[in-house]
Design a protein around this ligand. Sequence first.
Ligand SMILES: [Ca+2]
Ligand SMILES: [Ca+2]
Ligand SMILES: [Ca+2]
Ligand SMILES: [Ca+2]
Length: 322
Amino acid sequence: MKQIYTTTLFCLLIINCLMSQPVPAGDENIPYLMTFGPKGETSWGDDDFSQSFFFRIPKDFNEPIYIKVYDPDIGGAIDEINGIWDTRTTFSIFGGKECYTHKDAIETQPTGNYKSGNLLATKTFGENPQYDKKWYTFGPFNPTEGELVTKFDGYIFKIVVDGIAGDDGNLYRYYLSTSPDVNKPIEGANAFTYEYSFRMHDDPNEVSHIYPYVDDRTISVKLSNFDWDNDGFIRTVSVARLGQMSKVSNEDVWVEDEFKILDEEHNKSLDIQFIKRKNPPVRNNNVVVNVRNQYGELLPFYVIPIGGVPKYNYGIRATKVK
Ligand SMILES: [Ca+2]
Ligand SMILES: [Ca+2]
Ligand SMILES: [Ca+2]
Ligand SMILES: [Ca+2]
C-alpha cells in the first residue's frame, strides 16, 4: 500500500513540475554539459568520455517532439582545446523497450548495453563552424517512440554522447522542444541524469546547483565528486538541512562523502550547491558528480527539481523536537 502511495505521489510531483526545457535548466545555473574525446586526460575533468541524459514526456502529450543540441561541434567558441581540434563526439537518441529500464542504461560507466533500446537518430560532430554556437535539431519524434514507463506516467527518451576520437572537450546544451526552429517548451516535461558531467562558471560569484531526488526508501546517501580542482565548497541544503559541507576533490580524483537522510527529506529534492573559490579563481573547471543510496542505487538529478527548489525550513526540526 505504501508503495502504491509513493508511486502515485511521485507521479503527481512530476506532473506538477512546469516547463522543462533547457538542459541544464535555469535554477541549476550550469553553463554547459561536458564530454571529452577518448584520448583526453581525465585530469581535464571527464572521467569516462560519455554522458547520458533522459527526457520524460507526459503520457497524454501527442505532438511531435524535437531534441536540440546547442554547439554540438568541438571547435570555435565555447569548447576546450588541447593542442589542435581533433575531437569527434557522437550524439545518439534511443527510445523503445529498455531504453530506460535496462540496468546498464542507468549506471555511471559506458559499459555493457548502456545504449539499450531502439536507435532513433545519431550524428557525429567534429570541428565544424556550421554548428559553432548554433543549434542542431534531432527529430521529429512521436512521443510513443519513447519507452512507456509507469512510474513516470510518461514516455522516456535517452540521449547518449560518446567521445570517439581526439582529446578536446565538447561543451554543449540541450533543449526539448515542440518546434524544430524555435525553442518551445513542453508543459510537464522534465530531463534527468544519473551522473552529471558539467562545466562550472569562470566567475567566482556564480553558484551552480544539482538536485537529486530522494525517495522514501533512502536512508543514507553517498555523494561522489570528481576533479573538483579544490574550487571552493560543495554544500547540501534541504528543507531540514541548513547547509552541510562535503569533502571535495582536487585534481583527477574521486572523493566520496556519506551522510544520513532525515525523515523530512523524503520525497523531495536536495540542493547540492557548487560554490567557487574567490581567490585565486579557478577557470575551465569540469566536474563529474553522482549520488548513491544505501543500496548502491543512483539517485536521479532532475533539471527541474521534483517538489521545487528545497528551502531550509527553520520550523521543521524545532517542531519535531517538541
Ligand atoms: Ca586536440
Ligand atoms: Ca563550438
Ligand atoms: Ca561544443
Ligand atoms: Ca576539474
